[in-house]
Write a protein that binds this ligand. Structure first.
Ligand SMILES: [Cu+2]
Length: 421
């Protein structure tokens, strides 16, 4: 190929490429329209929205993200001075009936009759004295999740203390040593006791809060999972039926009136219970994993299989019974999230971005801007958002099996962000 032929070929290639680009109306960089023709823009493009004859360009839109970035981060305290204040709390671990959603009530283990238990709150440097009475039919103990307590206050029977026997009282005492969002929960027969409701939030406020970072409102959201006997829809049923099998049919309403479905789910449960007894069997439902033997909590209707959830709750309630997050336009809203379940929850906020301020109580020096934050089991996360987009928005787990009640959508881990006028 001679030089002229090469040039021609190159021009043809360029022409063809330009022609293609025009045909599909790909956006061109500013000032680089080789054909000098009027550019086409898809509907909604800024240039098409300028009214004919208008001379004043529209004011730039200030992005929420920018506003969030301009806010100061949370600060970690360098030094805690004891305040000399003793904050006394009384917790009674006791059985109670708990309604996770209207019409669905289960046998729960509670602190003071509620799930979660009362939120314990103190300031850095305060002494926390928590008097725990065990009114359960079995032993228990409380672990202070995320706190640096003396070893004998850590609440792990056989390692740091004797379990608190039924009818006994035990007093925990320690200094609230760093600000943040933490949890307390049972650390005995843990899967059964936690999944029945033995947990709560523990919030420690800084001694010297940053006056430049003031939140107008604050909400706590504790995420938990439940296995409620007699209700369909645990993950193993789904595995048994396949991802688009009977469980899915029930979710989409295709299997309405189908006989035998619940019976089959009951059969699956029997198989699972048999599997528990046959511990270590290679082809059992636990793949040969050694399973703990039956424990006292099992008799009360719970199982020791933590992933056997069919209900998910925020502060003890499944959607639509979750309490809405009420905000007013212009407010800076702080949410403290804690995941006490054995599931992973990517929590997603509609219509807004938020800052991830702190993880496991610790402030992030540069808060991350996001609209989804994932909480692994045992994690706490603090986020804040600017309420600048009025309406009624969802804040929900994006593991969509967690936004259903016994496989019926919508339910579970959904909460509404509601603007008040
Ligand atoms: Cu989830």
């Amino acid at each position: 190929m001679n030089r002229h032929a090469l040039s021609l070929a190159l021009v043809l290639v360029l022409f063809t490429a330009t022609g293609c680009a025009s045909a599909v109306r790909q956006p061109m960089p500013e000032g680089k329209n080789p054909n000098n023709e009027q550019e086409h823009h898809p509907p909604g493009h800024m240039q098409n929205e300028t009214a004919p004859g208008a001379t004043r360009p529209a004011a730039p839109v200030e992005l929420t993200t920018r506003k969030l970035r301009n806010l100061p981060p949370l600060r970690e305290t360098d030094e805690i001075r004891p305040t000399g204040k003793v904050r006394v709390f009384r917790l009674e671990a006791k059985p109670a009936r708990w309604e996770v959603v209207s019409g669905v009530t289960t046998d729960a283990y509670t602190f003071n009759g509620t799930v979660p238990g009362p939120t314990l709150r103190a300031t850095e440097g305060d002494t926390l004295r928590v008097i725990v009475k065990n009114s359960l039919p079995e032993e228990t103990a409380i672990h202070w999740h995320g706190l640096h307590v003396p070893n004998n206050m850590d609440g792990v029977p056989s390692f740091t203390q004797h379990a608190i026997k039924p009818g006994e009282t035990f007093t925990y005492e320690f200094v609230a040593n760093h600000a943040g969002t933490y949890m307390y929960h049972s650390h005995f027969n843990s899967i059964a006791q936690i999944d029945k409701g033995l947990y709560g939030l523990l919030i420690i406020d800084p001694q010297k809060p940053d006056p430049a970072l003031r939140h107008d409102r604050e909400y706590t959201l504790m995420l938990s999972g439940w296995h409620i006997p007699g209700h369909a829809g645990n993950p193993r049923d789904q595995q048994q039926n396949g991802p688009h099998g009977r469980a899915h049919d029930r979710m989409t309403g295709m299997a309405k009136g189908e006989p035998g479905l619940l019976k089959q789910k009951g059969d699956v449960r029997s198989m699972m219970e048999q599997g528990l007894k046959d511990k270590g069997q290679p082809n059992g439902p636990h793949g040969g994993m050694p399973m703990p033997s039956k424990r006292p909590g099992d008799e009360a209707g719970s199982t020791v299989m933590g992933m056997d959830y069919n209900y998910w709750t925020i502060n003890g309630k499944a959607f639509p019974d979750t309490q809405p997050i009420k905000v007013k336009r212009g407010e800076l809203v702080r949410l403290r999230l804690a995941n006490i379940s054995n599931g992973i929850h990517p929590m997603h906020l509609h219509g807004h971005d938020f800052r991830i301020l702190a993880k496991d109580g610790h402030p992030l020096p540069t808060p991350q801007i996001a609209n989804t934050v994932t909480l692994n089991p045992g994690e706490t996360v603090d986020i804040d958002f600017l309420a600048d987009n009025p309406g009624q928005w969802l804040f929900h787990c994006h593991e969509l099996h967690h936004t259903a009640n016994a496989h019926v959508e919508p339910g579970g881990l959904i909460v509404l962000v509601k603007y008040e006028s």
